[in-house]
Design a protein. Sequence first.
Length: 154
Amino acid sequence: MRTVVISQPTYLPWAGYFRIMKEADVYIFLDNVQFEQRSWQSRNRIKSVEKFVWMTIPTHHESQSRICDVEIDNSKPWKRQHQTAIKTSYGKAPYFGDYYPFLKSVYESRWTELALLNICLIKYFAGKLGLSPIFVRASKLGLEGKRTALLLDI
């Protein structure tokens, strides 16, 4: 018997996201559901010296777009802003040097799909935490259900 965990791919998710993943034999990225603007799917906040700083990935999408169909708006300087915010906020933290080269390479790459960026970051941090479930994108399963029916189909 396998344990399946299903969750939306979010941007730089919190520790609890990985706690749930720890229980999974199979981890499904629920990327075939509706994208919600101004949600954890495309933004997060980090703690700076003085306050919390919001980091938002600008996107192009229709009103009913699925997460897997959302494109990143690279005409805006979001990558440089995020990289600078992370470096400024955590540059003196222990182990920063262990993780920053990967983050720098992510922010120097050209990303076009929001889901792929989020999944890349999630898989990297999962690996660093010793988590290795089988990863599957729901959008690749060819299922068309809605809400609970979709989860049951998965």
